[in-house]
Design a protein around this ligand. Structure first.
Ligand code: SAM
Length: 236
Protein backbone atom coordinates (compact mmCIF):
# COMPACT_ATOMS: atom_id res chain seq x y z
CA UNK A 1 0.00 0.00 0.00
CA UNK A 2 1.49 3.35 -0.94
CA UNK A 3 1.10 6.09 1.63
CA UNK A 4 0.44 9.65 0.37
CA UNK A 5 3.26 12.14 0.90
CA UNK A 6 3.25 13.65 4.39
CA UNK A 7 3.51 17.44 4.67
CA UNK A 8 4.15 19.34 7.90
CA UNK A 9 2.06 22.47 8.41
CA UNK A 10 2.81 23.45 12.02
CA UNK A 11 0.25 25.56 13.84
CA UNK A 12 -2.40 25.24 11.09
CA UNK A 13 -5.96 24.22 11.94
CA UNK A 14 -6.93 21.25 9.77
CA UNK A 15 -10.67 21.77 9.33
CA UNK A 16 -12.19 20.01 6.28
CA UNK A 17 -12.66 22.42 3.34
CA UNK A 18 -9.85 24.66 4.54
CA UNK A 19 -7.23 25.83 2.04
CA UNK A 20 -3.83 25.50 3.63
CA UNK A 21 -0.82 27.41 2.28
CA UNK A 22 2.10 25.00 2.38
CA UNK A 23 5.43 26.17 3.81
CA UNK A 24 7.82 27.03 0.95
CA UNK A 25 10.24 24.24 1.87
CA UNK A 26 7.44 21.65 1.91
CA UNK A 27 6.05 22.85 -1.46
CA UNK A 28 9.56 22.69 -2.94
CA UNK A 29 10.00 19.17 -1.62
CA UNK A 30 6.73 18.10 -3.27
CA UNK A 31 7.88 19.60 -6.59
CA UNK A 32 11.22 17.79 -6.38
CA UNK A 33 9.38 14.56 -5.54
CA UNK A 34 7.19 15.10 -8.65
CA UNK A 35 3.94 15.24 -6.70
CA UNK A 36 1.42 16.77 -9.12
CA UNK A 37 -1.70 18.92 -8.53
CA UNK A 38 -4.73 16.83 -7.62
CA UNK A 39 -2.65 14.25 -5.76
CA UNK A 40 -3.60 13.28 -2.24
CA UNK A 41 -1.41 14.44 0.65
CA UNK A 42 -1.48 13.88 4.39
CA UNK A 43 -1.12 17.15 6.32
CA UNK A 44 0.39 16.98 9.80
CA UNK A 45 0.23 19.81 12.34
CA UNK A 46 3.07 18.20 14.28
CA UNK A 47 1.03 17.95 17.48
CA UNK A 48 -1.07 14.93 16.57
CA UNK A 49 -3.50 16.50 14.07
CA UNK A 50 -3.67 14.73 10.69
CA UNK A 51 -5.84 15.31 7.65
CA UNK A 52 -6.01 14.18 4.05
CA UNK A 53 -5.83 16.96 1.47
CA UNK A 54 -5.50 17.54 -2.29
CA UNK A 55 -2.71 19.57 -3.82
CA UNK A 56 -4.07 22.58 -5.75
CA UNK A 57 -2.93 23.64 -9.23
CA UNK A 58 -0.48 26.20 -7.83
CA UNK A 59 1.38 23.50 -5.92
CA UNK A 60 1.52 25.91 -2.96
CA UNK A 61 -1.91 25.22 -1.46
CA UNK A 62 -3.74 22.07 -0.38
CA UNK A 63 -7.43 21.72 0.37
CA UNK A 64 -8.29 19.62 3.42
CA UNK A 65 -10.71 16.83 2.50
CA UNK A 66 -11.07 14.89 5.77
CA UNK A 67 -9.63 14.60 9.27
CA UNK A 68 -7.62 11.46 9.96
CA UNK A 69 -7.01 9.72 13.29
CA UNK A 70 -3.56 10.15 14.87
CA UNK A 71 -1.20 7.30 14.11
CA UNK A 72 2.27 6.06 14.92
CA UNK A 73 2.35 7.37 18.48
CA UNK A 74 3.50 4.89 21.11
CA UNK A 75 1.71 3.82 24.29
CA UNK A 76 4.16 5.73 26.53
CA UNK A 77 5.66 9.19 26.42
CA UNK A 78 9.39 8.56 26.78
CA UNK A 79 11.73 11.56 26.96
CA UNK A 80 15.40 10.94 26.21
CA UNK A 81 17.87 12.84 28.41
CA UNK A 82 20.80 12.54 26.05
CA UNK A 83 24.39 13.16 27.15
CA UNK A 84 25.90 15.29 24.38
CA UNK A 85 28.48 13.53 22.23
CA UNK A 86 29.89 14.01 18.74
CA UNK A 87 27.46 16.01 16.58
CA UNK A 88 26.93 13.19 14.08
CA UNK A 89 26.00 10.80 16.89
CA UNK A 90 23.52 13.29 18.36
CA UNK A 91 21.91 13.80 14.95
CA UNK A 92 21.66 10.07 14.41
CA UNK A 93 20.16 9.64 17.90
CA UNK A 94 17.49 12.28 17.22
CA UNK A 95 16.58 10.86 13.80
CA UNK A 96 16.43 7.20 14.83
CA UNK A 97 15.03 8.01 18.28
CA UNK A 98 12.17 9.87 16.59
CA UNK A 99 11.47 6.84 14.40
CA UNK A 100 11.48 4.69 17.53
CA UNK A 101 8.85 6.88 19.20
CA UNK A 102 10.70 9.32 21.51
CA UNK A 103 8.35 11.98 22.91
CA UNK A 104 11.15 14.53 23.36
CA UNK A 105 14.91 14.93 23.54
CA UNK A 106 16.62 16.96 26.23
CA UNK A 107 20.31 17.42 25.54
CA UNK A 108 22.47 17.02 28.63
CA UNK A 109 25.71 18.99 28.92
CA UNK A 110 27.25 16.17 30.95
CA UNK A 111 30.55 16.43 32.83
CA UNK A 112 32.19 14.15 30.28
CA UNK A 113 30.61 15.82 27.23
CA UNK A 114 33.35 17.66 25.33
CA UNK A 115 32.85 21.43 25.46
CA UNK A 116 33.16 21.68 21.69
CA UNK A 117 30.42 19.09 21.29
CA UNK A 118 28.13 20.95 23.71
CA UNK A 119 28.74 24.20 21.81
CA UNK A 120 28.02 22.42 18.51
CA UNK A 121 24.80 20.91 19.87
CA UNK A 122 23.66 24.30 21.22
CA UNK A 123 24.30 25.89 17.82
CA UNK A 124 22.45 23.11 16.00
CA UNK A 125 19.25 22.79 18.00
CA UNK A 126 17.18 24.13 15.09
CA UNK A 127 18.85 21.63 12.77
CA UNK A 128 18.07 18.83 15.25
CA UNK A 129 14.42 19.97 15.33
CA UNK A 130 14.30 19.81 11.53
CA UNK A 131 15.81 16.31 11.64
CA UNK A 132 13.09 15.25 14.10
CA UNK A 133 10.38 16.79 11.86
CA UNK A 134 11.70 15.01 8.75
CA UNK A 135 11.83 11.72 10.65
CA UNK A 136 8.20 12.15 11.74
CA UNK A 137 7.13 12.49 8.11
CA UNK A 138 9.31 9.64 6.97
CA UNK A 139 8.09 7.16 9.59
CA UNK A 140 4.44 8.27 9.45
CA UNK A 141 3.93 9.27 13.05
CA UNK A 142 1.92 12.28 14.18
CA UNK A 143 3.81 14.26 16.84
CA UNK A 144 7.16 16.00 16.33
CA UNK A 145 9.34 15.46 19.41
CA UNK A 146 10.65 18.62 21.07
CA UNK A 147 14.43 19.04 21.21
CA UNK A 148 15.74 21.10 24.13
CA UNK A 149 19.12 22.87 24.20
CA UNK A 150 21.95 21.39 26.25
CA UNK A 151 21.66 21.92 30.01
CA UNK A 152 23.45 20.39 33.00
CA UNK A 153 21.90 17.21 34.39
CA UNK A 154 21.34 18.72 37.86
CA UNK A 155 18.50 20.92 36.62
CA UNK A 156 16.69 18.16 34.74
CA UNK A 157 15.90 15.68 37.47
CA UNK A 158 12.79 17.24 39.03
CA UNK A 159 10.43 14.62 37.63
CA UNK A 160 8.82 16.93 35.05
CA UNK A 161 9.47 14.41 32.26
CA UNK A 162 8.12 11.42 34.19
CA UNK A 163 9.57 8.47 36.10
CA UNK A 164 13.34 8.48 35.79
CA UNK A 165 15.51 5.69 34.39
CA UNK A 166 19.24 5.67 33.72
CA UNK A 167 20.73 3.37 31.10
CA UNK A 168 23.77 1.82 32.74
CA UNK A 169 25.96 -0.96 31.32
CA UNK A 170 25.84 -3.98 33.63
CA UNK A 171 22.53 -3.04 35.27
CA UNK A 172 19.65 -5.52 35.41
CA UNK A 173 17.67 -5.76 32.18
CA UNK A 174 14.54 -3.79 31.70
CA UNK A 175 11.41 -5.65 32.67
CA UNK A 176 7.94 -4.11 32.81
CA UNK A 177 7.64 -4.75 36.59
CA UNK A 178 10.65 -2.43 37.21
CA UNK A 179 9.19 0.46 35.26
CA UNK A 180 7.56 3.41 37.00
CA UNK A 181 3.94 4.03 35.92
CA UNK A 182 3.12 6.81 33.47
CA UNK A 183 5.52 8.94 31.44
CA UNK A 184 9.21 8.05 31.51
CA UNK A 185 12.52 9.85 31.10
CA UNK A 186 15.59 7.77 30.29
CA UNK A 187 19.07 9.22 30.81
CA UNK A 188 21.72 8.05 28.35
CA UNK A 189 25.31 9.03 29.12
CA UNK A 190 27.80 10.69 26.76
CA UNK A 191 30.71 8.80 25.24
CA UNK A 192 32.50 8.42 28.60
CA UNK A 193 29.28 7.76 30.54
CA UNK A 194 27.99 9.89 33.46
CA UNK A 195 30.56 10.75 36.13
CA UNK A 196 30.23 9.85 39.83
CA UNK A 197 28.61 13.17 40.78
CA UNK A 198 25.98 12.74 38.05
CA UNK A 199 25.39 9.12 39.05
CA UNK A 200 24.83 10.31 42.64
CA UNK A 201 22.37 12.96 41.43
CA UNK A 202 20.51 10.33 39.41
CA UNK A 203 20.39 7.96 42.39
CA UNK A 204 19.14 10.77 44.67
CA UNK A 205 16.39 11.53 42.13
CA UNK A 206 15.28 7.87 42.29
CA UNK A 207 16.48 6.87 38.83
CA UNK A 208 16.01 3.16 38.12
CA UNK A 209 19.18 1.74 36.50
CA UNK A 210 18.47 -0.32 33.41
CA UNK A 211 20.71 -2.56 31.35
CA UNK A 212 20.40 -2.83 27.58
CA UNK A 213 22.22 -6.11 27.03
CA UNK A 214 25.70 -7.48 27.55
CA UNK A 215 27.58 -5.14 25.23
CA UNK A 216 28.64 -1.49 25.59
CA UNK A 217 26.61 0.48 23.08
CA UNK A 218 27.44 3.82 21.51
CA UNK A 219 25.16 6.52 22.87
CA UNK A 220 23.04 6.66 19.71
CA UNK A 221 22.60 2.88 19.70
CA UNK A 222 21.65 3.02 23.39
CA UNK A 223 18.89 5.54 22.53
CA UNK A 224 17.37 3.13 20.02
CA UNK A 225 17.80 0.09 22.28
CA UNK A 226 16.16 1.88 25.23
CA UNK A 227 13.23 3.24 23.21
CA UNK A 228 12.32 -0.04 21.55
CA UNK A 229 12.18 -1.61 25.01
CA UNK A 230 10.13 1.20 26.59
CA UNK A 231 7.68 2.93 24.32
CA UNK A 232 5.14 0.20 23.83
CA UNK A 233 4.96 -0.98 27.44
CA UNK A 234 1.52 0.12 28.66
CA UNK A 235 1.80 3.13 31.03
CA UNK A 236 0.51 1.42 34.18
N1 SAM B 1 32.40 3.77 29.09
C1 SAM B 1 31.02 4.17 29.27
C2 SAM B 1 30.36 3.41 30.39
O1 SAM B 1 30.85 2.32 30.72
O2 SAM B 1 29.35 3.88 30.90
C3 SAM B 1 30.28 3.86 27.98
C4 SAM B 1 29.38 4.95 27.63
S1 SAM B 1 28.29 4.47 26.30
C5 SAM B 1 29.29 4.83 24.95
C6 SAM B 1 27.13 5.78 26.34
C7 SAM B 1 25.92 5.53 27.20
O3 SAM B 1 25.10 4.55 26.57
C8 SAM B 1 26.16 4.98 28.60
O4 SAM B 1 26.49 6.02 29.51
C9 SAM B 1 24.80 4.38 28.92
O5 SAM B 1 23.88 5.34 29.36
C10 SAM B 1 24.39 3.83 27.59
N2 SAM B 1 24.72 2.42 27.41
C11 SAM B 1 25.65 1.89 26.57
N3 SAM B 1 25.64 0.55 26.64
C12 SAM B 1 24.69 0.20 27.54
C13 SAM B 1 24.21 -1.04 28.06
N4 SAM B 1 24.67 -2.21 27.64
N5 SAM B 1 23.22 -1.00 28.98
C14 SAM B 1 22.72 0.17 29.40
N6 SAM B 1 23.15 1.38 28.96
C15 SAM B 1 24.11 1.39 28.04
Amino acid sequence: MSVPPRVLVPGVSLAPGREVVLPEEEARHLRVSRVVPGEELVLLDGRGGRASARLAASGRVATVTALLPPRGEPARRVTVLLGVGEPARVEWAVEKGTECGAAAFVLVAASRSQRAHVAAAAARVERLRRIAAEAVKQCDRSVVPAVASPAPLAGLLDGRHGGLLVARPGAAPLTPDRLPAGDLAVAIGPEGGFDETEERLLAAAGAVPVGLGGRILRLETAVVAALVRLVDVPPS
